[in-house]
Design a protein around this ligand. Structure first.
Ligand code: PEP
Ligand code: MG
Length: 541
């Protein structure tokens, strides 16, 4: 690999050094070419199935630890499927009888078996159709040497990819990620949010040819300059290490602020919470001494899998977070899927304008069974800590009425069943201009507001948050958005409730002073931003 130095757009200012791992997801073209040595082709399948089984075993262990036995069980099913004689014999038969190549035989068998499962009467068996496709594509990925997003066997690496969807990042072992570099992507994408959460550098819009890169090549990602350096010189390494050490030193200084209240010199207090996307992120929250969780994006429990998470799985996840947080408030946002966060099993139609489409509360209110399962899990978990629930993408009071009906229904069911539950605090996200304009009425219906500035800015400025081409038009500090925040805070206070900010703007340190003056009651930010913002607030008059 030749020395190379390119620049991307930085989304988090930090520096990392280490080997690269390229996740090249180029579509594999599977053709039905015939092979001469059929036994060698069968042997390729046998080896690939073994490797796929080993990957699944690792995923099983990870899921067992993170989300419990029930959720992990799906990987046991995948193991069993890969040992199924009928499935394997069908593949071997196609290779031996028709001289078919391994990839095509696996694909054909996967499609045939999946269709058979899809037409079965039994619900459980029908649901396995997606699993057959899943295991087949895993075997094909192994056969075609495509990296799995599971990083368990790797050294900590700089992840380089064309782009990364939330369902891909959710499956990654975070302890193995040193930095992200993507060819596409935007500064507001969820990869960027994840990088900020983990305090690691990330570059988007980086002009690299993935197929020219080699896994294991040493590299530096400099989130201050936007540089991605491959095979750096001694001098470049020394400079990067200097920056890494300076950052470590800065963080060490901030350690002294742990346990101290977040209040200005004149005594104005702000709740300083953190945003998370998974149960394991709680570790970052505690490590950075956040006073609570202001946004748990629960949809990440729904991504990167083949079916809906069950009530039990969700209950276990929420209970884990609440237990770990003790008496600190945990605000869990109900399912905000759709737009950039897609789950194939929900069969959401392709839409012209997904950000303006069928997403978040709109899905929950039209698929009450999906919503009720989550509400049941939340009410049951509420017994274990200081839970607050908030609802995304609200545009009008009648949606809040409908939500309240669902919560009352769930409460009645749990009561009748004699199941332990508690009613959590309930609030809404203010992330549509409509909810801002209705905030006077909405404040009388809920216990708190949390302003989602990522979407609020997108909808107010009519600028797609994912579209980097619009960057020249994007003004994160646009007065229209700032005035809206003030309006929401004022309406909240008028009716005696609190209002916070959980969008990325909440962590914008150029605005901390403005937010204090506006009377914002809470800021929920990436865990790594908690201590720097506490310092800023404590230094303010
Ligand atoms: C927001 O829109 O500001 C928000 C916090 O939600 P998300 O980024 O998950 O859409
Ligand atoms: Mg949002």
């Amino acid at each position: 690999m030749a020395k190379m130095n390119v620049c991307g757009k930085t989304v988090y200012k930090a520096v990392a050094r280490g080997p690269i791992l390229v996740l090249d997801k180029q579509e594999v073209q599977i053709t039905d070419a015939t092979v001469a040595d059929v036994e060698a082709e069968v042997a390729r399948v046998v080896a690939a199935v073994d490797k796929a089984k080993a990957q699944i075993a690792t995923l099983y262990e990870k899921a067992l630890e993170e989300v419990g036995e029930e959720s992990a069980a799906i990987f046991e099913v995948h193991q069993m499927m890969l040992e199924d004689d009928e499935y394997l014999d069908s593949i071997y038969g196609m290779i031996r009888d028709e001289g078919m190549n391994a990839e095509f035989a696996v694909q054909m068998t996967g499609n045939t078996f999946s269709q058979i499962f899809a037409t079965m009467d039994d619900d459980y068996m029908r649901a396995r159709a997606a699993d057959i496709l899943d295991i087949s594509s895993r075997v094909i990925r192994v056969l075609t040497n495509q990296e799995d997003v599971n990083l368990s066997d790797c050294d900590p690496s700089i992840i380089v990819a064309e782009d990364l969807s939330p369902s891909e990042t959710v499956q990654m072992d975070k302890s193995k990620i040193l930095a992200f570099v993507t060819v596409q992507g935007s500064t507001n994408s969820h990869t960027a949010i994840l990088a900020r959460m983990m305090n690691i550098p990330a570059l988007v819009m980086t002009p690299v040819e993935l197929n020219q890169l080699q896994n294991g090549t040493e590299a530096i990602v400099d989130g201050f300059t936007g540089e991605f350096l491959l095979e750096p010189s001694e001098d470049e390494i020394a400079k990067a290490d200097e920056k890494i050490n300076a950052e470590l030193e800065k963080r060490r200084m901030l350690e002294a602020l742990k346990g101290l209240p977040t209040e200005t010199k004149s005594g104005q207090q702000v709740k300083l919470y953190a945003n998370i996307g998974s149960v394991e992120d709680v570790e970052y929250v505690l490590e950075n001494d956040a006073e609570g969780i202001g946004l748990f994006r629960s949809e990440f429990l729904y991504l990167g899998r083949c079916d809906l998470p069950t009530e039990e799985e969700q209950y276990n996840a929420y209970k884990k977070v609440l237990t770990a947080m003790g008496d600190r408030r945990v605000i869990i946002r109900t399912l905000d899927i759709g737009a950039d966060k897609q789950a194939d099993y929900l069969n959401l139609d392709k839409e012209e304008n997904p950000a303006l489409g069928y997403r978040a509360i709109r899905i929950c209110l039209t698929q009450p069974e999906v919503f009720k399962t989550q509400i049941r899990a939340l009410l049951r978990a509420a017994v274990y800590g200081k839970l607050a629930v908030m609802y995304p993408m609200i545009i009008s009071p009648c949606e809040v009425e409908q939500i309240k009906e669902v919560v009352a229904e769930v409460e009645a069911e749990l009561k009748a069943e004699g199941v332990a539950y508690a009613i959590p605090e309930q609030g809404i996200m203010i992330e549509t201009p409509a909810s801002v304009m209705m905030s006077d009425e909405l404040a009388q219906m809920v216990e708190f507001f949390s302003i989602g500035t990522n979407d609020l800015t997108q909808y107010t400025l009519a600028i797609d948050r994912q579209n980097e081409k619009l960057a020249p038009f994007y003004d994160a500090h646009h007065p229209a958005v700032l005035r809206m925040i003030q309006m929401v805070v004022d309406n909240a206070h008028k009716h005696g409730i609190w209002a916070g900010i959980c969008g990325e703007l909440g962590a914008d340190m150029e605005l901390t002073d403005t937010f204090l003056k506006m009377g914002v009651d809470e800021l929920s930010v990436a865990p790594g931003a908690v201590l720097p913002i506490r310092k800023l607030i404590r230094d303010a008059e």
